[in-house]
Design a protein around this ligand. Structure first.
Ligand code: ATP
Ligand code: MG
Length: 500
């Protein structure tokens, strides 16, 4: 185990011991070490008060929050928290006050699940004698830890639950969820992440108290949701949220597609299809953005649905879905960049890529809308969509060809800024003052260049600007719109023909 506990953490333990205090690694890091997983972060619990901890580690800061001092050891951040008990939680989110205690066991008792309520004595690396009282030695841990005997403090049977793959609340489950309702989603998160099952009583309590999640801040829920989505079996996690009644509060947009049938091209309903797309994206190890876009890519379908049965249609579900996803993400307090990235992938997920029909012009317009740097993500969402609809393959040949087309057009002008003429030149040539006409002429020129990059030639553009000047703003806008409509028609064609 010595090798799996970072030397910085061992150092914290020995320095606290030297100053006469106890020091234990606690919570998630103990769980992960016992499972042979790499801990996300290391937390240390001690009977030293925050001022005393700070005296031992001058390079640290204390925000005066719940007794946690953050120490910086060789650039590594370690949270050192004084043993504490939480007093009443009248808002079901935060303890009304925290109180220090000198008993480690009391500190462990305030933790959410048995597997998270263990401590590992950082002072016992030098082979202490066998078990004493409530202390038990690690009997069967991974190979790395067999030889060195660390004392694990495990008052609630965390090791047994780890072995049996069970998420069980510490103490009375109902009371624990009432204290802090985020634990409801955390139960699902740990069950998903560790591939454990939620113990019977705990599960009953999660279902019973699901609605309490409403009082928890969206940021805290979002952080747990991200962890669920980043699991390999993310789709099982989302479905577990549904089964226990939490999805209704966390992402109700997905539930709108539950049992909403599609059409003759689909074997799954909208909800199942979204989930299966996420399943594939997660199995492939795609980024959060791609996974979330895959999960939400068809959330617009329930609203867009027209007709019933084998010939139902879903026109514009791409645009509607992008809007719904953006609203959901903004409620969950995702950043604008995260929202835009996901919404964009949903908006353009219907892109047309049939080998003989797709034109360089439509690929250029797509690249302009999506951004060259996001094209791989878009293709991956499409892969997820295809696989998630239960088709045998994701048409790798067609998508490969599409990628080749993207590569081919990647050096063509794809923004107005790349035109070999700018607003000042347009004003000079036409002798007009700044105003909307300048922008419209530039955009009309750009639309032509998107269709044919050869036209990005200074002489041509200057001459063409003179011609375009004869048209009114609304006529020019109409020309620009025509170019865009070609692409929209192709997207509709894609939906008609290719079952997306
Ligand atoms: P991760 O691998 O995501 O870091 P973790 O179990 O370490 O998982 P953290 O959120 O880092 O979870 O919290 C560290 C520890 O603090 C937990 O293992 C648990 O003992 C305790 N804890 C965290 N959140 C709660 C909570 N809401 N209620 C009770 N105990 C909690
Ligand atoms: Mg942690």
């Amino acid at each position: 185990m010595h090798e799996v506990i970072p030397k910085e953490v061992m150092y914290v333990g020995s320095e606290l011991a030297r100053a006469g205090f106890a020091a234990y690694a606690v919570g998630g890091c103990v769980r992960d070490v016992l499972l042979g997983r790499e801990p996300n972060d290391w937390d240390v619990a001690t009977n030293a008060k925050p001022e005393e901890v700070q005296a031992v580690f001058p390079k640290s800061f204390y925000e005066n929050k719940f007794g946690t001092v953050t120490a910086f050891i060789d650039g590594m951040e370690i949270q050192i928290t004084t043993y504490r008990v939480d007093n009443a939680y009248s808002d079901k989110r935060h303890p009304d006050s925290v109180q220090y205690t000198t008993h480690l066991q009391e500190d462990l008792a305030r933790r959410d699940f048995t597997i998270n309520a263990m401590a590992l004595d950082l002072e016992t690396q030098n082979l202490k004698p066998e078990t004493q009282d409530s202390r038990s030695m690690i009997q069967d841990a991974s190979s790395k830890i067999q030889d060195l005997r660390f004392t694990i403090i495990d008052p609630f049977g965390g090791q047994k639950d780890l072995k049996e793959k069970i998420v069980r609340a510490v103490g009375n489950a109902s009371e624990r969820f009432n204290e802090d309702a985020l634990r409801l989603v955390r139960a699902v998160r740990f069950a998903t992440q560790l591939e454990f099952t939620i113990e019977e009583q705990t599960l009953v309590a999660v279902k019973e108290h699901a609605a309490l999640i409403r009082v928890v801040s969206h940021e805290r829920i979002r952080d747990e949701l991200i962890k669920i989505v980043m699991c390999k079996n993310a789709a099982d996690g989302i479905d577990l949220l549904r089964q226990v009644g939490l999805l209704h509060f966390v992402l109700p947009e997905l539930l709108d597609g539950y049992h909403v049938s599609q059409n003759k091209h689909h074997i799954f309903d909208v909800y199942e299809h979204n989930l299966k797309s996420l399943r594939y994206a997660a199995e492939q190890g795609f980024s959060f953005t791609v996974r979330f876009a895959a999960l939400l890519h068809d959330v617009g379908k329930p609203k867009a649905k027209q007709g019933e049965g084998p010939n139902a249609t879903f026109y514009n579900h791409d645009m509607i879905g992008a809007r719904i996803a953006a609203q959901a993400m903004s409620r969950l307090k995702f950043s604008n960049k995260e929202i835009e990235d996901v919404a964009r992938l949903i908006r353009y997920h219907l892109f047309y890529y049939n080998v003989d029909e797709v034109t360089a012009s439509s690929v250029r317009r797509l690249v302009r809308n999506v951004g060259l740097e996001n094209m791989d993500d878009l293709v991956n969402v499409r892969f997820a969509d295809r696989i998630g609809s239960g088709v045998p393959k994701a048409e790798p040949y067609k998508l490969r060809h599409f990628r080749y087309m993207v590569e081919k057009v990647s050096k063509d002008p794809i923004s107005v800024k790349m035109l070999k003429i700018d607003g000042n030149e347009v004003m000079r040539i036409l002798g007009i003052a700044p105003g909307p006409k300048v922008g419209v002429i530039l955009n009309a020129l750009f639309s032509e260049v998107l269709d044919d990059p050869q036209k990005n030639d200074k002489d041509y553009l200057e001459a063409r600007a003179v011609v375009l000047d004869k048209f009114s703003i609304s006529e020019l806008s109409e020309m620009i719109k025509k170019g865009e409509e070609k692409v929209k028609l192709l997207e509709e064609e894609e939906q008609r023909k290719f079952r997306v």
